[in-house]
Design a binder for this molecule. Sequence first.
Ligand code: HEM
Length: 482
Amino acid sequence: LYNVYLHPLSKIPGPRTWSATRLPFIRSLIKGTIVHDIQKLHRQYGPVLRIAPNEVTFAQPEAWDDIFRPPQGQLLKDPVWWRRPPGTPVSLISAIEPDEHARIRKALAPGFTRRALKSQEPFIQRLVNLLVSRLHEQVQAQPSGRAELDIAPWFNFTTFDIFGDLGFGESFDCLQDSRLHPWIALLFNSVKAAAFVSATRFYPAVAYVLMKCIPPSLKKMQRDHFQQIADKVQRRLNYEMERSDIMAHVIRDKDGGGLSVDEINVTFTVLTTAGSETTATVLSGATNYLVQHADKLKMLAAEVRAAFPRDKHDDGMTLDALRGLPYLNAVVSEGLRLCTPIPWVLPRLVPAGGSTVCGVWLPGGTPVSVQAYAMNRDPANFCRPDEFLPERWLPEARTDEESPFFGDRPEAMQAFSLGVRSCMGQHLALAEMRLILARLVWNFDFDAPEDKTRWLNWEDLRTFLLVEKRPIYVGLRLRSGE
Ligand code: HEM
């Protein structure tokens, strides 16, 4: 009764059950329906929504600035989600205190600039070449000349291999072996459990008991999982030759008092997932939409093939050259909008003394978050929001008043977030997505599965901190005439 009627947040719209206790939120988190449940609640209650007794979430473009780059200084991450077990080293992602975060980010930053990306390009190109050859083999193994396969793992193979190469100087060899490295397989298998463990954090006593109940074999598995990355880091640190990868900058900075080996280990463990699974999700989602929208796929293939004529090999597709293709960029942006891999950016805390977010005054200590999924699919921000329409991102949609997308609010979509904690890997992610999509449509003719029961509806996927994995079947044959 206190929470519903007397709490300082009692005037914020939201369902009574969610305002009264944290339990409906937790149920939704464990079921994997949190993103969709909150989207429905936003439709019903508006862009400012109370989703727990003490927490408010926003689906309004202004929330990006108010939460992630307010003029009075950054709002800190909510420790409920990021608290580390005592004695464990801090990583870039778990660092809450601004000075500590800035120190780690500064050590990593030189490895993520546009200039650094240019020197990393040969590593990326080599692995995307390998992806194309592997898919060639899949097609050639079919007497009909058409392979129908689940493309999602192939994107994971490629993005994890790329991060492995750029981060540790050795790829995970997923493309080489055409299978997920056991480290990644275990990561995917533990995602649901991770959502469950996160849910217990709201009840420290439950979390304590749960941690005590974890069998020693599982704890060992967790230690071994971490150790594999620590071993990779160690091998890279011992590497004698100069290599223009992400770690090279960290090593240079280490001698100048940068990160400790423990901090490198934990930071690169989280980076492996942050830098690979995210990009693979968007690539899977965009490809899923493309094969189900043959007209858009045709336009993309036409643009890429015209820019890189057939008499030249597709090796000429440099990252720089691809940056200038408008339809390719539009497809990537539409993929980021509809299949955003971080559909709900975890909460920040309103500073002591309280503050105003989207015109609503909130007491100090209130967790506030942004619902990217709800915002990206809100008709107030995007015309025909649930449809895959890359045209909305073309430059003419901004200038032509007749365009149905003239009234879109592109600033509502901030897939990489904003401010001092925005995504460090956005140049790399965009480059990978452009290159992989372009190389695929240049080399292959894609289509949707003949059996419609194999079509995936992206909205059906659940979210357990990461977006659920399901097969994305596509048909592919060698580009016609070859
Ligand atoms: C399509 C792909 C990607 C998307 C949509 C994406 C999105 C995001 C978002 C929304 C955040 C902010 C999270 C928060 O504040 O809670 C973030 C943070 C971050 N991302 Fe990405 N990301 C992508 C790919 C990558 C890649 C390829 C890398 C690096 C290899 C990367 C590295 C990072 C890092 C290091 C942070 C933490 C920054 C900090 O706390 O200072 N991301 N990303």
